[in-house]
Ligand binder design. Structure first.
Ligand SMILES: NC(=O)c1ccc[n+]([C@@H]2O[C@H](COP(=O)([O-])OP(=O)(O)OC[C@H]3O[C@@H](n4cnc5c(N)ncnc54)[C@H](O)[C@@H]3O)[C@@H](O)[C@H]2O)c1
Length: 405
């Protein structure tokens, strides 16, 4: 039986006893493009799609499971064959056009470099595929919005990665907010970043295109997409941005050991005004050394309590535990400020953040369950990045207008 989703895309459903013990297996073919890259291979293929297959699919109820069935797409057959071997998945191709034409694959996934995303996603939508992709969805807001409109008009399902929402640390923040721990939230401080080596003496741990504007690089485009959905999900709509970018390290070495000039921003110091008066400030940098709890920490201060979340852990300080320091540099500080914090326990198990979102997207495709993390949300991320860049250029606060399709 084939479930018709729209004119062109369908998910294949078979009614038979399966190894997973489910009577109904919804097989969802996925063209996975950019899967040889860092994110494509590690987070999306191995820790999400393969992990979902290894657990027997996404179980919907006693009867039904969703089984993602990917075909790996890339340019390099050697890398693809190796990835297929590591993952135990057999199907791969260097011919993305042919994979997209194949009705066995109703979903297109894109984790290519940022500058290639819009074209890849647009083509897939034109062929009637459902699309799921990494952020940023495009280089400009206009292009990102056009992708949303194309997907909406084609009637396909669409989604954009918003992985940070499923980080255990941020889920704990959400729980604290929902249970009123903070009182009235006043401010949010995000510290993101670590030292990314230049690539000469020590190999760089990020791809070189990240540092070339002409190839879609730059930390503002990369990170402000994330900060928009994080702020809006946890604290409220972003109304204005003031952003100062910098290129602190002007020369780096690429994957072949060749020096190149850095043409993109590698650090961003951004302040956001949220609806309701919350002030958020996020520092994002690839030129910073870490002396904090994690690579990303978010501190929330409220009238009744504060919390600091890392990727997985979260520490809280309630009003009654708040120390009362007095400024006196003439004596050693008598308070150990780390002592007054209590760690929020794991009150549930936490899955990989990318995998958690993949499961929701697959349920959206097969069962039409709600999935708000769509191409319009993706466009809002690109909009904040674009206006952050405009703020830097103009040295001014920039209001964020509603994004009207
Ligand atoms: N959600 C997150 O937290 C997160 C983190 C890092 C990166 N990303 C996003 O994921 C995307 C990929 O980033 P990455 O760090 O994995 O990059 P990467 O350089 O490791 O991988 C890029 C992929 O694109 C492919 N590619 C590059 N040029 C191509 C071309 N000309 N034709 C066809 N394919 C080409 C590469 O082969 C590779 O598979 C970026 O858009 C980035 O913004 C998201």
């Amino acid at each position: 039986m084939a479930q018709q989703k729209n004119d062109r895309s369908e998910t294949h459903t078979s009614r038979r006893a399966s190894p997973e013990g489910a009577a109904v297996v919804h097989r969802v073919g996925i063209v996975m493009n950019g899967v040889t890259g860092r994110m494509g291979a590690n987070q999306h293929l191995l820790r999400s799609v393969k992990a979902i297959r290894d657990q027997g699919g996404v179980r919907l109820n006693d009867e039904e499971v969703i089984l993602p069935d990917p075909i790996l797409v890339g340019r390099n057959p050697v890398k693809l064959a190796r990835l297929a071997e590591i993952s135990g998945l057999e199907k791969w191709t260097t011919d993305v056009e042919a994979a997209l034409e194949d009705p066995a694959y109703p979903v297109y996934f894109d984790a290519q470099t940022t500058s290639r995303r819009a074209e890849g996603v647009r083509k897939a939508i034109e062929l009637g595929k459902h699309v799921y992709c990494e952020k940023p969805t495009a280089l400009t807001t206009a292009e990102a919005l056009a992708l949303y409109e194309a997907a909406r008009d084609a009637g396909v399902k669409h989604g954009v990665v918003q992985d940070k929402l499923w980080l255990p640390g941020l889920m704990k923040l959400r729980m604290l907010r929902d249970t009123g721990f903070f009182g009235r939230i006043l401010s949010v401080r995000g510290e993101f970043g670590y030292w990314v080596f230049e690539g000469d003496a020590v190999p760089a741990q990020r791809p070189s295109w990240n540092y070339r504007k002409e190839d879609g690089g730059g930390i503002i485009l990369d990170m402000l997409c994330h900060w928009r959905y994080v702020l809006e999900d946890l604290f409220g709509p972003v109304r204005a941005v003031s952003c100062l970018g910098a290129t602190h390290i002007p020369r780096r070495w690429d994957e072949h050991g060749r020096p190149y000039p850095v043409t993109a921003d590698d650090s961003a110091y951004a302040t956001f005004e949220l609806e309701g008066g919350i002030v958020a400030h996020f520092n994002s940098s690839w030129c910073v050394r870490v002396r904090r709890d994690d690579l990303l920490t978010i501190q929330v201060d409220g009238t009744k309590g504060s919390a600091v979340a890392g990727l997985r852990r979260c520490w809280t300080q309630a009003y009654g535990n708040t120390p009362r320091p007095a400024w006196n540099p003439d004596v050693p500080q008598p308070i150990d400020f780390f002592d007054g914090w209590l760690e929020a326990p794991d009150q549930r198990t936490y899955d990989n953040a990318f995998k958690a979102q993949w499961e929701l997207f697959l349920r959206h495709v097969v069962k039409d369950e709600p999935f708000p993390y769509d191409l319009l949300a993706g466009a809002r991320g690109v909009q904040l990045a674009e206006l952050g860049l405009a703020s830097w250029r103009r040295r001014a606060w920039v209001d964020i207008p509603p994004l009207a399709p």
